[in-house]
Design a protein around this ligand. Structure first.
Ligand code: FES
Ligand code: FES
Length: 159
């Protein structure tokens, strides 16, 4: 089957998609968008997160055919006009990245959280990121980065 969709603002069409092929595989293997990572393929780690029509999903659990006609944003689409998103800058600033494998998923989960809850407390941050596993950082710097990003977003909105 052919799948046509919008990925990071660009219309794409992928031919000969197998019925069981995941959206994650299409993004990584067909479209060379390797920011979404393949770790568990069971919806457990969040490393494959992408927005599908504005909803954060584990792309390993989405059949590529379900993306027909949809709009998808991957981590490659988070920056705009060559400028990192405030969430990306906060992760860098706070040292919230070590190996980086979990980082794309955490960035999108943080972006999603701040879109819904601009000033989250620690419990809300931990709950929002509970589906994203990190084997390196111990999470504290990630939480610091989320708070830092929230402050920047709030300051920007106030000016
Ligand atoms: S690879 Fe999709 S949730 Fe882990
Ligand atoms: S930075 Fe290595 S898994 Fe999170």
């Amino acid at each position: 089957m052919n799948v046509s969709c919008i990925v990071n603002g660009q219309a794409v069409s992928v031919a000969d998609v197998r019925p069981a092929e995941s959206l994650l595989d299409v993004l990584r293997e067909r479209l060379a968008l390797t920011g979404a990572k393949n770790a568990c393929e069971q919806g457990e780690c969040g490393s494959c997160s992408v927005y599908l029509d504005g909803v954060l999903v584990c792309s390993c659990l989405v059949l590529a055919g379900q993306a027909q006609g949809a709009s998808i944003t991957t981590i490659e689409g988070l920056a705009s006009d060559g400028e990192l998103d405030p969430v990306q800058r906060a992760f860098v600033r706070c040292g919230a990245i070590q190996c980086g494998f979990c980082t794309p998923g955490l960035l999108l989960a943080t972006h999603d959280l701040l879109g819904k809850t601009p000033d989250p407390d620690e419990d809300e941050i931990r709950e929002a990121l509970a589906g994203n596993l990190c084997r390196c950082t111990g999470y504290q710097k990630i939480i610091d980065a989320v708070r830092s990003a929230a402050r920047v977003v709030a300051d920007t909105a106030a000016h």
